[in-house]
Design a binder for this molecule. Structure first.
Ligand code: PQ2
Ligand code: NAD
Length: 160
C-alpha cells in the first residue's frame, strides 16, 4: 500500500476531544483561516501567534473566540498546548515550531511539509451525528471529493 510521498505507514485516525484544551496556531494566514472554525467548533481554547492575519482570524479575535498574539513566534509559545499547527510561510519558523512541539510531545501539523509533521488535517464533514474525516494520501483535492461523496451517500434516504 502506498501511503503518500514521505510516509512509510498510514496515519492513525483519531477523534481529538479538544473542548477547553489549548491549541496553538503559529501563522495566521489563509491556511490557518480555513482550519480555524473546526477548532472553534470543537471548543478548543485557540491561540494564534502571527504578526499579520487573514481577515477571518481577525474576526474571530474581535469576537473573542480566539486569542491573538500579533507578533512573531517565540520559543515557549506552545507551552501547555495539546495540539499545534505550524502554518507560517517561513519554513525555518515552521521547523522551529515543530521542534518545540516534538520536544514537548505535542502533536503538530506542518502545513508546508506534511511528512515532517506529527499530525495531518483531514477533509471533514458532518451529517447529523456522524463526522466524516478523509485523508487521501496527501492529495487534498481527492480527500475533499471523497468527503463530499461520503456526505452525499449519508444524506441519501437509503444510507442516511
Ligand atoms: C483536506 C484539507 C483539509 C483542510 O485544510 O482543512 C487539506 N488540505 C486542503 C486544501 C489544500 N491543500 C493545499 C492547497 C493548495 C494547492 C492545491 O490545491 O494542491 C489546498 C486547496 C485550498 O487551499 O483550497 C496544498 C497543500 N496541502 C499540503 C501541502 C504540503 C504537503 O503536502 O507537504 C500543500 C502544498 C503547500 C505548498 O505548496 O507549499 C498538506 C496537507 N493538506 C492536508 C489537508 C493534509 C492531508 C491531505 C490528505 O491526505 O488528504 C496535509 C497532508 C497536511 C496538513 O496540512 O494537515 C483541505 C481540502 C479540504 C477542504 O477544502 O475542505
Ligand atoms: N497544508 C495545506 O493545506 C496548505 C495549503 C496551502 C499552502 N500551504 C503552505 O502553508 C504555508 C502557509 O500558507 P498560507 O497560504 O496560509 O500563507 P499566508 O502567507 O497566507 O500566511 C502566512 C502567515 O504566517 C505569518 N508569519 C510569518 N512569519 C511568522 C513568524 N515568524 N511567526 C508567526 N507567524 C508568522 C504571516 O504573518 C502570515 O499571516 C505556506 O508554506 C504554504 O506553502 C499549505
Amino acid at each position: 500500500m502506498n501511503h503518500g510521498p514521505g510516509l512509510s505507514h498510514p496515519p492513525y485516525p483519531s477523534g481529538l476531544i479538544l473542548a477547553g484544551r489549548r491549541v496553538v496556531i503559529v501563522g495566521g494566514g489563509r491556511v490557518a483561516a480555513r482550519r480555524l472554525q473546526a477548532f472553534i467548533d470543537a471548543g478548543a481554547a485557540v491561540t494564534v501567534v502571527s504578526p499579520e492575519v487573514d481577515p477571518a482570524v481577525r474576526e474571530a479575535a474581535n469576537a473573542g473566540t480566539v486569542t491573538l498574539l500579533e507578533r512573531e513566534y517565540a520559543p515557549g509559545d506552545l507551552s501547555a498546548a495539546w495540539y499545534a499547527m505550524a502554518s507560517t510561510d517561513r519554513p525555518a519558523v515552521n521547523a522551529a515550531v515543530l521542534e518545540e512541539a516534538t520536544a514537548a510531545r505535542i502533536f503538530c501539523v506542518r502545513a508546508d511539509d506534511a511528512p515532517l509533521g506529527t499530525a495531518w488535517t483531514p477533509a471533514v464533514g458532518h451529517h447529523q451525528e456522524t463526522t466524516v474525516a478523509v485523508l487521501a494520501n496527501r492529495d487534498p483535492e481527492r480527500s475533499r471529493r471523497t468527503r463530499d461523496r461520503l456526505l452525499e451517500a449519508l444524506r441519501s434516504p437509503i444510507d442516511g
